[in-house]
Ligand binder design. Sequence first.
Ligand SMILES: NC(=O)c1ccc[n+]([C@@H]2O[C@H](COP(=O)([O-])OP(=O)(O)OC[C@H]3O[C@@H](n4cnc5c(N)ncnc54)[C@H](O)[C@@H]3O)[C@@H](O)[C@H]2O)c1
Length: 343
Amino acid sequence: MSKILVTGAAGFIGSQLAHVLWQQGEQVILLDDFSYGLEDNLIFDDHDFRAEILREDVCDTPMLNALCEKERFDYIYHIAAITPLPDCQISPGRAITVNVAGTVNVLEAARRFGVKNVIFASTSAVYENCDKFPTKEDDAIPPSLVYSSGKFAAEQFCRSFVEVYGINVTVLRFANVYGPHIDCLRTQPPVAGYLIRELFYDRQPVLHSTGEQRRDFVYVDDLIDLALKVRDNQGYDCVNVSTNMTYSINELYKTIAKIMDKEHLQPVYVDSSNYWKRYPGLYEGAYPISAQILDNEVNKYTLCDNAHAAEKFGWQPQISFEEGLRRTVDFSVDVLKKHDAAL
Ligand SMILES: NC(=O)c1ccc[n+]([C@@H]2O[C@H](COP(=O)([O-])OP(=O)(O)OC[C@H]3O[C@@H](n4cnc5c(N)ncnc54)[C@H](O)[C@@H]3O)[C@@H](O)[C@H]2O)c1
């Protein structure tokens, strides 16, 4: 049995990962500051983590050092982050404090207290300025937005700690993740959560641009399977977690609408700039945000090469898009039924 810390454990991915580790008999300690996490994510049929999760901030250095000194973790899955892109863009200082300095805190505690491997949740958003597809890990060039730049910087610190101290760190660059526990309640949910919520409330979903933008979607159980496989990797590695396949947002809508029997609720298409107009702060001040950058973000294409994960770790995604979305819808509809007022 290993002792494992999962940060961001009340979020979508962290909660599912912590539960799988617990089911495998590992001693798991969950940590989250609940800035975005949900209590509901901690309740599973076979276990309720609500009483045991540590309600702490990864930016609290003395807390993290004391925890790692006391517990002597074998592994840390560092999943916590401020994830909504607009929130990062609106509060860049806080986003960098959590997503970069918070990661450095984890790395420093890991080096001081002998953690065998830190597995860091990065993102395919670091490829936002790349034009090679499918994108390989070495194709990354510096991104532009705050969220992606923060993750890119945090990756460099992961590499730095491996080079300078010889610790082991594995960076996983997740493509667009979907599955049970995806947030469908927050102001700006991930697109699959948003579509399920709008169709649940019998509203026509609003899609930005043509809906023909294509993304690489990966199911959460497949991601967890790889996250478990990499944990004894030595030194530094960076691995795409993707299906190497794309679906358009329109295809995502059609599949979800069919599963929910809501195909009569056709999407409404609006200009890509509408996505960001809900965040007026970005347009205020002496230098408003670049329309071109925002347009690129809404219309971007993602396709991540997963050959490295396959060749080195023997990993292949197993869950089809339709099956994964069916499971996501089943779970999310139950969550929405628990909320009496329409969101
Ligand atoms: N979901 C995706 O499609 C996707 C894609 C690429 C990368 N990622 C990365 O995967 C990780 C998990 O994403 P998610 O979709 O589960 O997001 P999420 O927002 O559901 O979970 C993140 C969790 O981190 C917690 N958190 C934030 N700041 C914290 C702090 N200072 N201290 C402690 N906890 C804090 C939040 O409360 C939340 O529960 C993130 O690092 C994200 O950047 C996600």
